[in-house]
Design a protein around this ligand. Sequence first.
Ligand SMILES: [Zn+2]
Length: 152
Amino acid sequence: MIKMKNFVFETKQMRIECPKCKKTYIRVIPEYDDAVYSMCPHCTNIVALPNKVNDAMESFSPDVYLSKDCKPIKKSDRATEVENVSELIRQMAIKGSQQDEMINAVKYSMVCIDSDKSVNGAYIDVKKAYDDLHISQLFKKYAVRTRSLMRS
Ligand SMILES: [Zn+2]
């Protein structure tokens, strides 16, 4: 735990292996801290820290929601829903969400952004992603005034 004047941060320790010099060191980072870099104390190499959200994003493709059983989303609806989920993510960042919740919200935003895509008559099923990723709960919990077009 770090105490600064009026703030108390929960912290976690991370053991990092420097990819350059292969030595390990311990870095203490605040619990809320995501995508951060640190400097290796042995060789001053800049090391990207492992980040659950980034890792989950790298292995995710909105193509998993391609379906022949859904209609294409309207262009204006796509733009609106991209804005809605952007505001959701902004509110989640401000209010401090769990990483798993953030992963679902970012996946959903990737699905919305890609929702104009079609492959061999299959379209991105935005509603299925909305349900699978429990997005309605996130809008209820974090985005007080923003709502999703996909809500039933
Ligand atoms: Zn190093």
